[in-house]
Design a protein around this ligand. Structure first.
Ligand code: XMP
Length: 321
């Protein structure tokens, strides 16, 4: 009988054996897998682990604070945050094609992460790289919700070519629900342990059109409202995720406050799913939809229309890009 506590003990023992007195790096994405992997390794080797968090500027409201404040408070981990917001905006300037965006974000991410690795290697004997690979990823080899032919998925912490690291994968034998239990056992906050999936390219693939600073601010504000209302309605565990998508190149006429507006629509994309391979659009209660719509159009001045995506997957993918 494997209890969660015994999984934790066993993994800590294995990690100690593997790493010895060496040092390890772990990329944090804000997601549950990398957080739990890092927390386990932290328990095993303490401050010989350094976590790296890249802020690419495509995060949702509060996500950086969740890593820098809540995760650090829960684990005591050494954290290096790389502020790469300008760099990503520059690289994405003028780009509207979804696959182009994905490739650029993935490429820049690896460059930034590799630089952080080099900086750490210059300071200490960092020979190990921690990754939050789960059992289903190992079996399917590649993973990424099986959509790799349709979209080029991007995940955190790819292995650089020119730097030699030995991989540490403490979640290799675990399924997602076990990872969450391990996370709770290690004292991680519920907000991290039960976080819904969020794509590596972040809000960059939820702005239809060019990604700019102002558009990101608009989408971040609308997304925060949708998440707040879904959470306070107690719906977080019922839905798989609810992307909010900004149709940045579409405008429509509206009337807000004192007069005519010519603003942008946002799309709500609530989905129910088991594994993201297929999904159904979630029948959210009308009163929740109404609150989200009213608040977004009142509080986000650039948005004057909220629409609901009622497409299953297939034919629609979950993300719009
Ligand atoms: P799609 O849009 O392909 O999304 O139906 C399926 C699931 O995968 C998430 N997603 C990603 N996750 N890197 C990730 O780590 C990515 O590049 C990426 N693209 C999509 C999406 O949010 C959904 O849960």
């Amino acid at each position: 009988e494997w209890t969660t506590a015994s999984i934790v003990d066993e993994q800590i023992g294995r990690i100690r054996t593997q790493i010895g007195d060496g040092r390890a790096i772990c990329g944090l994405s804000g997601g549950v897998d990398s957080a739990v992997a890092a927390a386990l390794v932290q328990r095993a080797i303490g401050d010989r682990l350094t976590c790296v968090f890249v802020d690419h500027g495509l995060l949702r409201a509060g996500e950086r604070a969740q890593v820098e404040r809540d995760f650090v408070a829960a684990t005591g981990v050494n954290l290096v945050t790389v502020d790469a917001r300008e760099r990503f905006l520059d690289a994405l300037a003028g780009v509207t094609d979804p696959e182009q965006k994905r490739k650029i974000i993935g490429r820049e991410f690896i460059r930034v992460f590799e630089q952080a690795e080099r900086d750490l290697k210059a300071k200490g004997d960092y020979r190990f790289l921690v990754q939050g690979t789960l059992y289903p990823d190992v079996v399917e080899s590649g993973g990424g919700a099986g959509a790799s032919n349709i979209k080029s998925h991007h995940n955190v912490g790819g292995l650089p070519e020119d730097l030699q690291f030995e991989l540490v994968e403490p979640l290799r034998l675990l399924f997602k629900d076990e990872v969450r239990r391990v996370g709770l056992e290690l004292g991680l906050p519920e907000t991290i342990v039960h976080r819904q999936p969020f794509p590596g390219p972040g809000l960059g693939i939820r702005i239809i059109g060019e990604v700019t600073h102002d558009r990101l601010e608009t989408l971040r504000a609308a997304d925060a409202i949708a998440r707040e209302e879904l959470t306070s309605a107690g719906l977080d565990r019922d839905i798989w995720q609810c992307p909010v998508v900004l149709l940045a190149d579409v405008r429509s006429v509206g009337v807000q406050g004192d007069g005519r507006t010519y603003g942008h629509p946002v799309v709500l994309r609530p989905v129910s799913s088991e594994d993201a391979m297929t999904a159904d659009w979630t029948r959210l209660p009308y009163d929740v939809l109404e609150r989200i719509s009213t608040r977004i159009t009142n509080e986000v001045s650039e948005v004057n229309r909220v629409v609901l995506d009622v497409t299953s997957k297939p034919p629609g993918t979950i993300e719009w890009e």
